[in-house]
Each structure stands twice: as structure tokens, then as C-alpha cells.
Design a binder for this molecule. Structure first.
Ligand SMILES: NC(=O)c1ccc[n+]([C@@H]2O[C@H](COP(=O)([O-])OP(=O)(O)OC[C@H]3O[C@@H](n4cnc5c(N)ncnc54)[C@H](O)[C@@H]3O)[C@@H](O)[C@H]2O)c1
Ligand SMILES: [Zn+2]
Length: 359
């Protein structure tokens, strides 16, 4: 078991990186958690992993409950939350009880929001099973749901008691989802750690063969990078914004494509956009841009998308959280492994970049 600590002013917590579910009970004990446990999962993940988790916990004498939601972003709303509240009340959940998120980022965000709000907060445990969730969403404490077509607009900062990552669970993850998760992984290297970027570049084939040592290493570095940034800026005032690298364009593309593309796929396109924009502004060389494009292509992620309207994507970007006084702010690369926040006012540059990634 690899253990990483996330140190926050009010409450610190560990991330355990493992290759099975056998250490789960000792993590519960170490966190001093007693009481009922509700595992929230989705239909896909339930099929593979609920039973193993249930066995571990019941063998230790814990009262186990399970709530299964439909997979996908469509479940990330207040109706699902309302169903969970009823379930918890009907089963007599109290302040000592715990909610476990067993699944991808959708399950994590939903279960975390339920945990943050039920009885003003009950114990929350993250057991992420997708690469995106293991690399990104399970670390940092952002939880929430969508509301009336607005993504993640209702939510809270709520840190888990611990995060339990079984990297072996990635073996059942569909290849397209694995690649989408790699977009955020690659992002971590690109924003702050050139060695990590090179490690991913070098070990791509092993990742696709689910090499456990490589996956464990990647998960460890992912959590450490995201953890370091969150430790320095828990509530996203400034530094944490660099995690949005590739997301200004990525989010706009994601909403305009009616959510047919996966989040990671849109982030990949957004990352290429950021490199191209930095190239326009003379911040990086053409060679660097080509190198990143090549890595993204080798992963099997898109470097451009078809069928969108450039004007519409441009307008959509102004809904971004980082828009200040009507000026777009982009996180742009200075090199591989370093980014800075830049406000870009020149419409022609932005639209030229968009025309290169929207075909
Ligand atoms: N809270 C945050 O900081 C944060 C950060 C990034 C993304 N997110 C959110 O995360 C969500 C996306 O997460 P995601 O990509 O994990 O999506 P997801 O939860 O929908 O999972 C993707 C698909 O993979 C399936 N799946 C998950 N693990 C599996 C496994 N081990 N084996 C087989 N199938 C498995 C799921 O059932 C689903 O169909 C979005 O809602 C996004 O807003 C949150
Ligand atoms: Zn993202």
C-alpha cells in the first residue's frame, strides 16, 4: 500500500494506493470510523466491485447498505440526491454513518454532495474506479451536481476521511474512458512536471496493457501533484486555477458538443488549443507544439473536433469561471512542465486558434 497525505489546515487525510480491496477495513479502522456504511455506486461498477467491498466490510462486522444509480452524467442532478437522502433516512442513517463513493467521477461528485449535506455532513470515503476519478476528481474535495444544463453549478468543498484507490479496478474500465482519464494525467505533467510527462510518453504501451507498476506510479504522481496544488490553495483562489489548463476551450467545446464527447476528450482538444495559442504569442516553439500533438495522438485522444461552430464556441468561453470583466483568461504553457495565467484580449488570435482545432 502506498500512502499519500493531503495536509489541509482544518483536516488532513490519507490517500491509499493499492492493488486490491483487502486493506479497506484497516483503513476504516485507522480513520476511527464506526457505524453504518452506504456504498453509492453505478450499475457498471456495481457489477464488478460492490460484492468485494461488501464482503470486506461485512466480514469486519459493519452494517452495509448499497444504493445503485444509472451510469453517466445524466444522473448528476438533485433528483438523484433526493433519492439518496430518502434511502439514508429510510435506513436510519445518523451522524456516525458513512457514505462511500464507489465509481467514477460522477458517483464521487454525487455521493460527496450527499455526504456533505446529509445531517450537515457525514463521513465520506472516496473509492474511485475510473482513471479520471483516481487521477483527478477524488482528490481536492470538490463535490456537486449539475442543474438545468449547467455543469457542476450546485456543490460544496467537502474533504473525504480517506481515499482508497485500487488501481486494479482500471482493468475493467472501457478503453475510451481510460484514454479520457489520461488527458488529465497528461495535463498534470504539462502544467508542473516535465519528468512525469516524459514518463507517460515513454510508458504509453504499458498503460494500455494495464501494467500494474506503471499504473500505480502514475496514480501516485497524479495524486501528489493534485494534492500539492490543493494543499497550497484549497478553495481555488489562484494557484489551483492552473489545474484548469486546457479547460477554458475544453469546457466550451464540451457544452457545445451536447456532451457527446467525454470530458477528457474535450480537455485534450483544449490542451492543443492552449499550445497553439502560446505558439501564436511566441511563448513556445513549433517543435514543442508538435511534440505534444504527437503524444495526444498516440494516446488516441482527439487533437481537433468536427462539426462545431467557431463563433458559438467562442461565445461559450465567456461562461468560464475565469472570465474577469469580460476578458478571457487562459492558462498557457511556457514550456512542457510550466504554465502561466494570461489574459488574452485579441479576438483574432483566439479565433485563429479555434479555427485550427475545430474543423
Ligand atoms: N470533483 C472534481 O474535482 C472533478 C474533477 C474532474 C471531473 N469531475 C467530474 O467527474 C465526472 C466524470 O468522471 P468519470 O470520467 O469517471 O465519469 P463516470 O463516473 O461517468 O465514469 C465513466 C464510465 O465508466 C464506468 N466505470 C467507472 N469505473 C469503472 C470500472 N472500474 N470498470 C468499468 N466501468 C467503470 C462508469 O460506469 C461510466 O459509465 C464528471 O461529472 C466531472 O464533472 C469532477
Ligand atoms: Zn477536467
Amino acid at each position: 500500500v502506498i500512502k499519500i497525505n493531503i495536509n489541509l489546515p482544518e483536516r488532513s487525510y490519507p490517500i491509499y494506493i493499492t492493488t486490491g480491496f483487502g486493506d479497506l477495513e484497516s483503513c476504516f479502522e485507522h480513520a476511527g470510523i464506526e457505524g453504518k456504511v452506504a456504498v453509492i455506486t453505478d450499475e457498471n461498477v456495481d457489477r464488478y466491485y460492490s460484492q468485494k467491498v461488501q464482503l470486506e466490510l461485512e466480514n469486519a462486522g459493519r452494517k452495509f447498505f448499497k444504493y445503485i444509480i444509472k451510469p453517466g452524467e445524466g444522473s448528476k442532478n438533485l433528483n438523484t440526491i433526493s433519492g439518496i437522502y430518502s434511502f439514508l433516512i429510510n435506513n436510519g442513517f445518523d451522524r456516525q454513518s458513512s457514505i462511500v463513493a464507489l465509481g467514477g467521477g460522477v458517483v464521487g461528485d454525487i455521493a460527496g454532495f450527499a455526504a456533505a449535506t446529509f445531517l450537515r455532513g457525514v463521513n465520506f470515503i472516496q473509492m474511485p474506479t475510473s482513471l479520471l476519478a483516481q487521477a483527478d476528481s477524488s482528490v481536492g474535495g470538490k463535490v456537486g451536481v449539475d442543474f438545468k444544463n449547467c455543469k457542476n453549478i450546485i456543490g460544496a468543498f467537502y474533504q473525504p476521511k480517506f481515499v482508497y484507490i485500487n488501481v486494479n479496478s482500471l482493468k475493467t474500465l472501457p478503453a475510451r474512458e481510460l484514454k479520457a482519464g489520461l488527458a488529465e494525467t497528461l495535463k498534470h505533467g504539462l502544467i508542473i512536471d516535465e519528468n512525469f510527462y516524459e514518463y507517460i510518453e515513454y510508458n504509453l504501451e504499458k498503460i494500455f496493457y494495464y501494467d500494474i507498476d506503471v499504473l500505480q506510479h502514475i496514480t501516485k504522481v497524479n495524486c501528489r501533484i493534485k494534492g500539492d496544488i490543493v494543499e497550497k490553495d484549497e478553495k481555488e483562489s489562484c494557484l489551483r486555477a492552473i489545474l484548469n489548463f486546457g479547460h477554458t476551450i475544453g469546457h466550451a467545446v464540451e457544452s457545445m458538443s451536447d456532451f457527446k464527447l467525454l470530458h477528457g476528450e474535450c480537455v485534450a482538444v483544449g490542451i492543443i488549443g492552449a499550445y497553439k495559442m502560446a505558439r501564436y504569442l511566441g511563448m513556445v516553439s513549433e517543435d514543442t507544439v508538435s511534440r505534444v500533438i504527437k503524444t495526444v495522438e498516440r494516446i488516441g485522444l482527439p487533437v481537433y473536433i468536427k462539426g462545431l461552430d467557431i463563433e458559438q464556441v467562442y461565445n461559450q468561453m465567456f461562461y468560464d469561471k475565469k472570465v474577469k470583466k469580460g476578458i478571457l483568461n487562459f492558462i498557457l504553457p511556457k514550456r512542457i512542465g510550466e504554465v502561466i495565467i494570461c489574459s488574452v484580449e485579441d479576438q483574432t488570435i483566439i479565433k485563429s486558434v479555434l479555427s485550427e482545432i475545430i474543423k
